[in-house]
Design a protein. Structure first.
Length: 289
């Protein structure tokens, strides 16, 4: 087993400007933000960051905190672009800004996997604000987008409208991801690809409790039932947990053994503009054919 690193490079509307001393400075379009980053153990390239706002973490372990604004930032958000996809960035109460820029190499990889497939259909579980869904939909992929948060699904629909894709073949579903996948398996459904980005902890729309270490093996087993000999990929990302990429790799290797293909694992990272160093952000495992 050899781990791979998928690197998110800067683009016009996003870049990791600098990092260090447990923080990172990023540009999101015309605005700059400072956020906590425990993995930035090194010293920053510059001491003067001059950000529009900084997220100040709370004392609890559940990720609480607040934004401190130094300049005016549109609270309703502002438009950004990644290739053909347009979406809204916004300062959220959870320190995120409405999308995960380190996923850009994953979006490209998924596009490559289904290129040439006739009428491909893919599933995005825990789909959040839909940038990954739209990255595939812009290439003609029929998508099923599932998230337990009504607010997130509404934001995803808004991003589709911003991208001129309100009529794209996307099913936007507010549902518990694990329950949805189990139902799809019983229906005999199949998909060409599955993207899943499960949270460490969460609740479904009816209060269902999700704990990653407990629920992930069963979720992967249910996803396996939606893949067949014509399917192209499953991509799993995991943030902020005490798990190893090697553990995820073995989980997929065993669960998807009958499908053949290739199982790989590694880290996501973003390249810093100041020095070119890599800031790790998440671990991942993937199956592909």
């Amino acid at each position: 087993m050899s781990l791979k690193t998928l690197i998110g490079e800067p683009w016009e509307d996003y870049g990791l400007v600098d990092s260090g001393h447990g923080r990172k400075l990023e540009r999101y379009g015309r605005h700059r933000f400072i956020r906590p980053e425990p993995q930035a153990l090194w010293a920053p390239a510059s001491a003067d960051w001059g950000a529009d706002a900084e997220f100040l973490p709370g004392s609890d372990e559940e990720g609480g905190g607040r934004w401190q604004f130094n300049r005016e930032v549109p609270r309703a958000g502002w438009p950004l672009r990644w290739e053909e996809v347009r979406f809204t960035a916004q300062t959220t109460p959870f320190r995120h800004l409405g999308f995960f820029p380190d996923m850009a190499p994953v979006w490209r990889w998924m596009r490559e996997r289904v290129a040439g497939v006739e009428a491909p259909e893919c599933l995005n579980l825990f789909g959040y604000t839909g940038v990954g869904t739209l990255a595939l939909a812009t290439k003609g992929v029929r998508m099923v987008h599932v998230d337990a948060s009504k607010k997130s699904v509404e934001a995803a629909r808004g991003n589709a409208a911003l991208s001129g894709m309100s009529d794209a073949p996307v099913r936007w579903l507010v549902d518990d991801a694990a329950k949805f996948v189990a139902r799809e398996g019983r229906r005999g459904r199949r998909y060409d690809g599955i993207l899943l980005d499960p949270p460490k902890y969460g609740r479904g729309p009816e209060g269902e409790v999700w704990k990653l270490e407990e629920g992930l093996p069963a979720l992967i087993a249910d996803c396996r039932r939606l893949l067949d000999e014509r399917s192209r990929f499953l991509f799993l990302t995991v943030y902020a947990v005490r798990l190893s990429a090697l553990a995820l790799e073995e989980l997929l290797r065993q669960a998807l053994a009958e499908l053949g293909g290739t199982v790989e694992a590694g880290e996501l990272a973003v390249r810093e503009e100041a020095r070119g160093l890599l800031l790790p952000t998440a671990i991942w495992a993937r199956w592909s054919r």
